[in-house]
Ligand binder design. Structure first.
Ligand SMILES: NC(=O)c1ccc[n+]([C@@H]2O[C@H](COP(=O)([O-])OP(=O)(O)OC[C@H]3O[C@@H](n4cnc5c(N)ncnc54)[C@H](OP(=O)(O)O)[C@@H]3O)[C@@H](O)[C@H]2O)c1
Length: 280
C-alpha cells in the first residue's frame, strides 16, 4: 500500500531528492510558501493532512546566516522541528528529521559515532541540536539522520557550485583545514528510504566513506570532471573569515548502520564519479 509522505522544504536541495526518491508513493511536497513551519498553526495543518510519514529537511542550512539572524535560526531549526514532532506524535506516525555533523564540537580526532555527545560551537549547530532534542522529546517514532556536506548533480550544493566555477574559469578559495565527511544526496535518500520501512527508530549517521577538506573535495571534482586545479586555492586558518565558527574535525562514522549490518554507503570518490557523470 502506498504511504502518504509529507516532505518539508520540498523545493530545497535535499527536499527535491526526497521527493524524487519517494515518487512511487503518495508524496505531499510542502514548500516554504505552502507552510511556514515556525508558525503555531503548523501542528493543526499537518494533522488535517493526516500523512503516514513526515520527512523534514527544511531548515536554515547556512551556518553564517544562522549566526547573523539567530532568532530566525531558533524559530525555523528548533521551533519548526518541535511543531512537526508534536504533530507526528499526535498522529502516532514516524518523523524523520535531517540533522548535521555540526552538532559536534570538532575536538575529537577520530570519527564521531552516534554514541558521542553533541556539543555544538555555532548557532546553526545549536539550533539543529535542539531540533534533535525536541524530536526525541515529543515523537517516540523518530529517525534523526545526521549527514554532512551533501552534494548532487542538481540543485544548489557544493558540487554544482564548484563545477560551475571551474567551468567559468573562476578562482575558488576553500578551507584546507576543516576535516569532514561528504555525502551524495542519492545515496543518502536511498538509505533513509530503506530505514523508513523499518521500526529501527533512533539516531543514524549517514555519510559516504572517506575524509575530505572542502579544498580536497574541489580538487577531486576538478580531477574527475577534467578541469585544471590551478584556480582552486587552499585557505589556511589566518585567511578563513566567516561569521560562524566551524568544527575543525566533524568526520562521521555510520556506526549504527554498521551495528545493524546495513552500512553499504560507498566511498565518496565512487559516488562523486556517479554524480559528475549525471551532471555531464
Ligand atoms: N546541504 C548540506 O550539505 C547539509 C549537510 C548536513 C545537513 N544538512 C541538513 O539537510 C537539510 C536540507 O538541507 P538543504 O541543503 O536541502 O537546504 P536548502 O536547499 O536550503 O533547503 C531548505 C529548505 O527549507 C525551506 N525553509 C526554510 N525556512 C522555512 C520555514 N520557515 N518554513 C518552511 N520551509 C522553510 C527553504 O525554503 P525557502 O528557500 O523558500 O526559504 C528550503 O526549501 C537541512 O536540515 C540541513 O540542516 C544539509
Amino acid at each position: 500500500m502506498k504511504r502518504k509522505i509529507l516532505i518539508t522544504g520540498s523545493k530545497g536541495f535535499l527536499g527535491s531528492y526526497f521527493v524524487k526518491e519517494f515518487e512511487e508513493e503518495e508524496v505531499i511536497p510542502i514548500t516554504h510558501q505552502d507552510m511556514d513551519i515556525e508558525d503555531k498553526d503548523t501542528i493543526d495543518k499537518i494533522i488535517k493532512i493526516k500523512p503516514d510519514l513526515v520527512i523534514h529537511p527544511a531548515a536554515i542550512r547556512s551556518p553564517d546566516i544562522c549566526e547573523e539572524d539567530k532568532e530566525k535560526a531558533w524559530k525555523v531549526n528548533a521551533i519548526g522541528t518541535k511543531n512537526l514532532a508534536i504533530a507526528c506524535s499526535l498522529l502516532d506516525i514516524p518523523f524523520i528529521y535531517i540533522s548535521t555533523d555540526y552538532v559536534f564540537s570538532g575536538d575529537k580526532d577520530t570519527p564521531y559515532t552516534e554514541f558521542d555527545n553533541p556539543n555544538p560551537i555555532n548557532t546553526y549547530g545549536k539550533t539543529k541540536f535542539y531540533g534533535e532534542i525536541f524530536t526525541k522529546e515529543f515523537c517516540k517514532k523518530h529517525f534523526i539522520i545526521r549527514t554532512s556536506y551533501v552534494f548532487g548533480e542538481y540543485g544548489n550544493n557544493a558540487l554544482t557550485q564548484i563545477y560551475n566555477s571551474l567551468k567559468e574559469g573562476k578562482e575558488i578559495r576553500l578551507s584546507n583545514y576543516h576535516f569532514a565527511s561528504c555525502t551524495y544526496a542519492k545515496d543518502l535518500v536511498r538509505k533513509v528510504k530503506e530505514l523508513s520501512y523499518t521500526k529501527l527508530y533512533g539516531t543514524y549517521h549517514i555519510v559516504n566513506k572517506g575524509i575530505i577538506t572542502r579544498y580536497d573535495f574541489a580538487c577531486k571534482v576538478a580531477e574527475i570532471a577534467g578541469f585544471s586545479k590551478d584556480r582552486i586555492i587552499p585557505l589556511n586558518p589566518e585567511k578563513f573569515t566567516a561569521p560562524a565558527k566551524r568544527p575543525l574535525y566533524s568526520v562521521l562514522r555510520n556506526y549504527m548502520l554498521e551495528l545493524y549490518n546495513m552500512d553499504d554507503m560507498p566511498f565518496y570518490e565512487e559516488s562523486l564519479k556517479r554524480a559528475i557523470n549525471n551532471l555531464l
